[in-house]
Design a protein around this ligand. Structure first.
Ligand SMILES: C[S@@+](CC[C@H](N)C(=O)[O-])C[C@H]1O[C@@H](n2cnc3c(N)ncnc32)[C@H](O)[C@@H]1O
Length: 227
């Protein structure tokens, strides 16, 4: 938290995610949901972990976590914890030579507008999956798009979003975040994937949907095609 009158840092990860914003973002049941998907004490790989918003409470629930992010500034915000091993790496290049009961791919990274990158993200997820393990994915389902302008709240953080259709299922987002007097901005482009598109890219990575994890379909679990 900043002292009164001091602006928050505008430092951002290479993908534009503001570091201070994610350090301040609460959880919304994600750690408990992940905990419920795996055996007690099972290992978790958190891909694109940011400041450890999810990794830290998952570790507190008793899981050893490898927390991967390409941003050193994000990783630096993860408090030292013997149960968490931070790794600075690009997800697409990751090859830890280890496998995990659960691989978490949160932050809607799967909606990247870069089709090759999406495939590599899912490939890295599959590559690190233990036999019988699950990939837990947060994505933006098709009905989330084409909503235009909107304001919502994530805890105390107000999120004001403007959306522009760019064609070919690409959408540009310009998002203003406000928490009290502190503000951040993030521009990004997402690709809208139909459920059929999603099943296709998963299959190409050797994965298939196992279960929708929330009624709004913002999270699902996937498993190896061969399981
Ligand atoms: C939207 S933030 C979400 C952070 C965290 N998962 C959460 O839910 O709070 C996305 C994070 O993914 C990281 N990231 C994006 N693309 C990445 C990539 N290709 N390899 C590694 N990290 C990546 C960013 O640096 C950022 O920290």
């Amino acid at each position: 938290m900043n002292t009164p009158g001091e602006s928050p840092s505008q430092e951002a990860a290479p993908d534009g995610s503001p570091v201070d914003l994610y350090a301040r973002m609460p959880t919304f049941g994600e750690p408990e949901m992940i905990h419920a998907q795996v055996a007690l004490g099972a290992s978790v790989l958190d891909l694109g972990c940011g400041t450890g918003r999810i990794a830290v409470p998952v570790a507190r629930l008793g899981h050893p976590v490898v927390a991967v992010d390409e941003s050193a500034a994000m990783l630096a915000r993860i408090p030292a914890d013997p149960r968490i091993r931070p790794v600075q790496a690009s997800i697409q290049d990751l090859d830890l030579g280890e496998s995990f009961a659960a691989v978490v791919l949160a932050g809607n990274l799967v909606n990247t507008d870069d089709d090759r990158l999406r495939q590599h993200l899912l490939g890295a997820s599959a590559r690190h999956l233990a036999p019988g393990g699950v990939v837990l994915v947060q994505w933006r389902p098709p009905d989330w798009f084409a909503a235009g302008q909107g304001t919502r709240h994530l805890g105390t953080i107000e999120v004001a979003r403007t959306e522009t259709a760019l064609g070919n299922d690409r959408f540009g987002f310009s998002v203003d975040y406000r928490d009290g007097d502190d503000v951040w901005h993030h521009d990004y482009t997402f690709r809208r994937l139909s459920e059929a598109d999603l099943r296709d890219v998963l299959a190409e990575a050797g994965l298939q949907i196992r279960q929708w994890l929330s009624p709004d379909r913002l999270w699902f679990s996937a498993q190896a095609l061969s399981s």
